[in-house]
Each structure stands twice: as structure tokens, then as C-alpha cells.
Design a protein around this ligand. Sequence first.
Ligand code: TRP
Length: 330
Amino acid sequence: MKRMYGLIAILVLFLTVAFFKEDQNKTKQTQIPEVGVLTLMHHPSLDEIYQGFLDGLKQKGYRDGKNIKIDYQNANNDQSNLQTMSTRLVDQRPNVLVGITTPAAQALANATTNIPIVLGAVTNPQTSGLVKNMAHPEANITGVSDAAPIKQQLQLIKEFMPNLQTLGVIYTSSDASAVSGFHEIEAECRKMHIKLKAFSIANSNDLNQVSEQMFRQIDAVIVPTDNTIAGAMQTLVKNGNAAGKPIFPAAANMVKQGGLATYSVNQYELGKLTADMTVDILHGKKVSSLPIKRIQKGQPVINLKQAKRLKIKVPESFLKQCEKQGVVYR
Ligand code: TRP
């Protein structure tokens, strides 16, 4: 009997210790803020945005695994992945969610109306149905827009190609961000009296054939912030080079991959802004007090190898700008 009491006492002691330990773990876990990140896919610009985001958090003192828990999910350009991943992220009840790209942000927005969502580089939060009031976000969503300086880009095309007859534009019809970019390009071209011919693809499988046909009908091509095309630039560049026609894409990384030139919003800085807003919310700021942020100024970017290959003369003043405050790919 005595032995039995002894055993029970030990058991009780053991359970008590286990219980307290478990409890401590729990409070520890809830003390570390959790951030769920969802991105549509890998392409160089999105990867740069995410790097800027991580570095931005670090600069504010947050290191993943130490004093913040970051759950990064990449949907590999698959709509059903976006849905399952956003549900899973929301189920974990993180403090903040971050949606990199329009489709990822839309999937998160469909999954929760109360966890704060920070948009990491959504071209047009308004037309993609995410935020109504960009100055005073009305719900659980705010963040950063990566809208490209399209007017500046079109002026640049005119400078490179004073004899331009027809400008082509190619975009993915299922990508809300590409469509909003396309509409803006269309409107600006009308104002600037540039003759524009539009070509759309349903997905990357179309890009080879559609762009091949396109390059026969135009003198140069502009590409909006289109995730599908950004992820398949080699195909577009191959056909452009075969036709000897230049591509003026939305972002610097697309110039690096074989575009000719552009004014690009700095993708790394977009990621840092996204981190700043995430930290603001972690520190208790209300979503409604954080207006949508945007980088207005485009950085000049040139690919000199492409200029040489296409035998296109780079305007002297633009090259100087690139060397001084932009990017030169050689
Ligand atoms: N703006 C895109 C979207 O809303 C995402 C994006 C960010 C992007 N940077 C880019 C797309 C550069 C193409 C190229 O989905």
C-alpha cells in the first residue's frame, strides 16, 4: 500500500511538472508574433520583394525563428494551391498575413475578414477589389502597390524609337494585375497618340505562339507587371530577338533577362515597405490608419547587350541617368 501511495505521488508530481512545462511553452509561443506569407510563384522580382521583406523585418529587429515566426508559402502559380495555402495560413491565426501578388492577396482576402492583411506589391488594390479607400483602408487590408510609372515608360519608348509606328502590348488575361496594367497602358497611349496593338495569353503555354505572331505586326513591345510573363521571359525574349524587335518591360529584372530598357519601381524597396507596414501592425497600429503606399519614382534601367544585339542606339542622356542613379546590365 505504501508503495502504491509513493507511486501515485510520483505520478502526480510528474503530471504537474509536465503540465506546467506545456503551459510555459504555450505562452512562449503566443508571445512570438506570427506572420503568414503567401506568394503566387517564383520569378526574380517576387523573390527580390520577399528578400526586401525579410531584410526590412531584420532592420526593425525581427529575425525569423528568434523573435518572429514567418510561415512562407509559395503556390507555384497554381490557383488551387493558393486556396489551400490561404486556408491553412488563416487556420493558424497569425498576427498578420502578407499577400505578395494580386492573386495571392485575393486568396487571403477570401479566407479572412478579420486578420490584418498587408499587400506586398499589388498593382491596383482598388480595381482588384481588395481596398476601396486607398487613403483610409476600410477593412482588414492595406499594403504596398507596385504600379509601374507607365507614362514615363511610354515616353522612354518614344525616345528610343522616334519612328515608332505600332507598339505591341502583351498580357495575361487571367491576371488581374496584368489586366489593370494593360488598361493603364491603353489609356496613356490614347493620350500620347501612340498606336497600340494588344495581344493576350491565357497562360504561359500560349506565350510562344502568340508572341511569335505579335512580333511580326509591331515595332516594339511593352509588357505590364504580368506574373506569368515575368516567369517566362526567356520565351518572349527568344522571339523578340529572332524578329529583331525590342521589349520594354515593367520591371528591372525583366530587363536583366533580355528586355531593352525601362523605368522600374525598385522591387527590393517594395519588400521593405511591406515589412514596415507589417511591423506597424504588430506594434498595434490600426489598418485604417495606414494608407496604401506606393513608390512613385521609377529607376532607369538599360540592358546594353540587348541594345547591341538589336542595333538600337541608346539615348545618351538616358544612359547617363542609368549609370548615375539606375542600373546598367552589360
Ligand atoms: N504587381 C504584381 C501583382 O500584383 C506582382 C509583381 C510585383 C510583379 N513585381 C512584379 C509582376 C514584377 C511582374 C513583374 O500581382
